[in-house]
Design a protein around this ligand. Structure first.
Ligand code: HEM
Length: 394
């Protein structure tokens, strides 16, 4: 861990423009992520106001924004989080495990006879998309439309928000949100067979979503689950595999009997830190260490730095399969702690255990890239894998 707790990227003084501060120190990170005055909702504030007629001109987009946990603060956030929490509880997620294992296995079977494949395109991306479609009862032919919808939403929330552009971007995001809601209402009524749609059924069973009035919010919640889950899950599958296959202890998957040991998955998640940073906007003046923060400043918490703290994790750069009580920061900290963390762990356990079974002699190909160390998500552009000594059953 560096001794610098804060690193100003854009210094400011007097009538200064907002600056960006990166936080690597565990105490400051915990403070920022647990103090509601460091806001996540502020990131979306002003977006609607920049468009003519504000929120009212975009009923679907505003309903979807209010269904997006990662863009809510305070009571709005707590209420929605309390509503959704039971669906992501250990009891509910454990019920999903057999279905998750079946969907993962279906995908792995495509790779059974291959002695070389791409862990990103052939495994992580389809596993994540297939699982999200399956758990939410979305037909697979709808997936390209969902991806386009996610792009439209992202352009609105994080794109360039010049006035002219923003109106066109907001209109497009509104249309795709309303199309998503319309399609969602048909998937929601579709037949549920063999555990398909199990997560959707749990959400529909919540008291709040018994009412017709709240169906658009439910559509927004499901789109949020997809948006928040899809790319972090892809990043996690590839980065965890990369970390496990790079470690001398786990180079051949079968060498580690403990490969599906939840502790090992958590240790790999710590080393990989799939979501490297999270951001908050200060809503009031504050001081972090010796650094003054003004309202409007952006604070970026480096989860990767927290996971590499040598005080909490001796030899942090090494994957240590025997490490225990790994209280890592890969799923965040505080009130926005990842809602899907249990689901993500089960998916990772099933993917790693399934691979271990089908391809016990899997390794990284010689031309595999290093894991990126900067950026929001830790994502390789390809993960070439080879299964050198054949698969089970050959
Ligand atoms: C291993 C894969 C995943 C990683 C590394 C990850 C990481 C994170 C992190 C770091 C946050 C906190 C963001 C912040 O503080 O601003 C977060 C929030 C969230 N994640 Fe995940 N996530 C993963 C998988 C998933 C999945 C599969 C789902 C959905 C099923 C999901 C749903 C969410 C939601 C809804 C939030 C917002 C929670 C809130 O604001 O209260 N995540 N995730």
């Amino acid at each position: 861990m560096t001794s610098t707790t804060l690193q100003s990227v854009t210094a400011g003084s007097g009538n200064r423009s907002p600056k960006t501060v990166t936080i690597t120190n565990p105490e400051d990170a915990a403070r920022v992520l647990r103090d509601p005055r460091f806001s996540t909702a502020a990131r979306a504030q002003g977006l609607f106001e920049k468009t003519p007629n504000g929120w009212t001109a975009y009923p679907y987009l505003s309903a979807f924004t209010k269904a997006r946990l990662g863009l809510l603060d305070g009571e709005d956030h707590d209420q929605l989080r309390r509503t959704l929490a039971p669906v992501f509880s250990a009891v509910c997620i454990n019920k999903l495990r057999p279905r998750i294992a079946a969907v993962v296995l279906q995908r792995l079977k495509h790779l059974q006879k291959r002695c070389a494949f791409d862990g990103l395109q052939d495994l992580a991306i389809p596993v994540s998309a297939n699982l999200l479609c399956d758990l939410l009862n979305i037909p697979s032919d709808a997936w390209p439309r969902i991806e386009a919808c996610i792009e439209d939403q992202s352009r609105f929330y994080i794109g360039d928000v010049g006035f002219e552009t923003n109106e066109a971007v907001a209109r497009k995001a509104e249309t795709s949100a309303s199309d998503f809601a319309a399609e969602f209402s048909t998937w929601g009524r579709g037949p549920i067979e063999d555990g398909r749609g199990a997560l959707l059924r749990e959400l529909q069973a919540l008291g709040r979503y018994q009412s017709d009035r709240n169906q658009i919010e439910l559509a927004g919640v499901c789109l949020n689950v997809i948006t928040a889950g899809h790319w972090p899950m892809i990043s996690a599958i590839t980065a965890v595999l990369h970390v496990l296959l790079s470690s001398p202890d786990c180079q051949a998957l079968q060498a580690a009997e403990r490969i599906s040991d939840p502790n090992l998955i958590d240790e790999a998640l710590r080393c990989a830190t799939p979501a490297r940073t999270v951001g908050r906007i200060a809503t009031c003046a504050a001081r972090l260490g010796s650094e003054p923060i003004a309202a409007g400043d952006l604070t970026i918490v480096s989860l990767a730095a927290l996971n590499a703290d040598p005080v909490r994790f001796p030899n942090p750069d090494l994957l240590n399969p025997t490490r225990r009580h790994i209280n890592h920061a890969s799923f965040g900290l505080g009130m926005h702690y990842c809602l899907g963390a249990r689901l993500a762990r089960v998916i990772l356990q099933e993917v790693i255990a399934g691979l271990c079974d089908l391809h016990p002699y899997l390794s990284l190909a010689a031309d595999a890239q290093e894991l990126p160390t900067t950026g929001g998500l830790c994502l390789v552009s390809r993960l070439p894998l080879v299964s050198e000594r054949g698969t089970h059953g050959e």
